[in-house]
Design a binder for this molecule. Structure first.
Ligand code: ADP
Length: 394
C-alpha cells in the first residue's frame, strides 16, 4: 500500500491551525496557521522544511483561507491527499473515539454545541468549509473529550440532583484528551513499559491547563469538567473557585452572569493574580525583578497544580511517572521545580541539570535516580490526530 497523506485541521473561531503529514515520514511536510480570519489583518503563514512564507488573506474567512491552503497542500505533496482529520473539542457522551464524519455525526457535533459554545461551532466552520472544498475525501473527527469517556461515574458525576445529569447532560467531560493520550503513549515508549501496564499522571500546561490520571492506557480522572474552566489555574481562567462566588458577586456587586463568566474565563488565572500578564515567560522575568504579583501567581499556579496531581493519584493503582507537557510544562524548569517540591510525599526528586536541559522541544526524564519518574514530553496533538485518522481509515 502507498503511504497515505493526511491533512490535519484545527479550526478556532478566528484561526485555522493545519499540518500535512505522510505516514511514512517523521515530522510534517507542511504546517502553519491562518489567523485573524474575517478581519482586515487576516494572514496565512506556513513552514515547509526550512522555508517560511505567508500571504495576506485580505479579510478572508474560513472557507477562503482553506481555498488558499489547497494549492499549497497539493504543491507540497508527491501523491494524492487521502483524508482530513479535524479536531473537535466536545464530543459529549456520544463519541468515545475518532470517527468518520457523515450527516449524522455532523448533527451530533452540532447538538453538542451548547456544551462548548465557543469551540464546537468554530470546529464546524472548518469541517463545513473543508467538506465543501474536498467533498470526495474522508473527513475524520477527533474529539478532545473522547479519551476521558473511560472515566468511572465516581470521577465524572457532580453531586447535584440526578435529572441534571440524565436530562441536561451535566457531568464532567474533561478536555486536552488528544494531548494526554499522545504523551502517555510516548512516556511508556521511552520508559520501556507497556502502555497497557503503566500508570501516569499527566500535566498539560498551556494557556489552558489540565491534569489527567491514566491507568493502563485509559483516562481515569481529569481536572477539567463540564467546561474547560474547572480545575487548575490557567493563563486567564480561574480554575476552581467556590461555586457560591457567582451568587456572592451578583448580590454584593450586582454583576450579571455574563460579567462573572467573562471575569472567570478572561480576566483571572495568571493574568488576574499577577495583575501583569497571562504569559509565563513574562511572569518568570518579572518575578526575577521582584514583582510580588508575578511571584504570587506562579506560587499559586504550582501549589494548585501539585495539589491536583496528588489528588489524581487516587485514580491509579500505582504511579510509574509524572509527565509535564504543553508550552509551560515543556519549557519552564521553574514551574516543574516548584511543583515537584510540593510533592515530597510522593518521594519525587528532580535532577536540576536534567530539568534545566529539557526545554524547547527536548524530551527526557528529569528525576534523580532512585526516585519516581518525572518526564518532560513535548506534546504533538497534530501527530495524534494523524494517527487517529489513519486508524479510522483502517
Ligand atoms: P496553548 O494552550 O495556547 O496551545 P501553549 O501550549 O503554547 O498554549 O502554552 C503557552 C504558555 O507557554 C504561555 O504561558 C507561555 O508563556 C508558556 N511558555 C512558552 N515558552 C516558555 C518558556 N520558555 N518559559 C516559560 N513559559 C513558556
Amino acid at each position: 500500500m502507498t503511504a497515505r497523506n493526511i491533512l490535519v485541521i484545527n479550526c478556532g473561531s478566528s484561526s485555522i491551525k493545519f499540518a500535512l503529514a505522510c505516514e511514512a515520514r517523521e515530522g510534517f511536510i507542511l504546517h502553519g496557521l491562518a489567523e485573524r480570519l474575517g478581519e482586515p489583518g487576516a494572514v496565512l503563514a506556513w513552514q515547509q522544511g526550512d522555508l517560511r512564507d505567508s500571504i495576506d488573506l485580505q479579510g478572508a474567512g474560513h472557507e477562503a483561507a482553506l481555498a488558499h491552503l489547497l494549492p499549497l497542500v497539493e504543491k507540497a505533496l508527491d501523491g494524492p491527499l487521502h483524508a482530513i482529520g479535524h479536531r473537535v473539542v466536545h464530543g459529549g457522551e456520544r463519541f468515545t473515539q475518532a470517527c468518520r464524519i457523515d450527516a449524522e455525526v455532523l448533527r451530533a457535533i452540532r447538538d453538542t454545541a451548547p456544551l462548548a459554545p465557543l469551540h464546537n461551532p468554530a470546529n464546524l466552520l472548518g469541517i463545513d468549509a473543508a467538506m465543501a472544498l474536498y467533498p470526495q475525501l474522508p473527513h475524520i473527527a477527533v474529539f478532545d473529550t473522547a479519551f476521558h469517556q473511560s472515566l468511572p461515574p465516581r470521577a465524572y458525576r457532580y453531586a447535584v440532583p440526578e435529572p441534571l445529569y440524565s436530562e441536561q447532560h451535566v457531568r464532567r467531560y474533561g478536555f486536552h484528551g488528544t494531548s494526554h493520550r499522545y504523551v502517555c503513549h510516548r512516556a511508556a515508549e521511552i520508559s520501556g513499559l507497556a502502555l497497557g501496564d503503566s500508570n501516569w499522571l499527566s500535566a498539560h500546561l498551556g494557556n489552558g491547563s489540565s491534569t489527567c490520571a491514566i491507568a493502563n492506557g485509559q483516562s481515569r480522572d481529569t481536572s477539567m469538567g463540564l467546561t474547560p474552566l474547572e480545575g487548575l489555574m490557567m493563563g486567564t481562567r480561574s480554575g476552581d473557585v467556590d461555586p457560591n462566588l457567582h451568587s456572592h458577586l451578583a448580590r454584593t456587586l450586582g454583576w450579571s452572569l455574563e460579567r462573572i463568566d467573562h471575569m472567570l474565563n478572561h480576566d483571572s488565572g495568571l493574568l488576574g493574580l499577577s495583575g501583569l500578564s497571562n504569559d509565563m515567560r513574562t511572569l518568570e522575568h518579572a518575578r526575577d525583578q521582584g514583582h510580588a504579583g508575578a511571584a504570587l501567581a506562579i506560587e499559586v499556579f504550582c501549589y494548585r497544580l501539585a495539589k491536583s496531581l496528588a489528588a489524581m493519584t487516587c485514580a491509579l493503582p500505582r504511579l510509574d511517572g509524572i509527565i509535564f507537557t504543553g508550552g509551560i510544562g515543556e519549557n519552564s524548569p521553574l514551574v516543574r521545580n516548584l511543583t515537584v517540591r510540593h510533592l515530597h510525599v510522593l518521594n519525587l526528586e528532580l535532577d536540576g541539570e536534567a530539568n534545566a536541559r529539557c526545554v524547547r522541544g527536548v524530551e527526557g526524564p528529569i528525576h534523580l535516580a532512585g526516585h519516581p519518574r518525572v518526564l518532560v514530553i513535548p506534546t504533538n496533538e497534530e501527530r495524534q490526530i494523524v494517527l487517529d485518522t489513519l486508524a479510522v481509515l483502517g
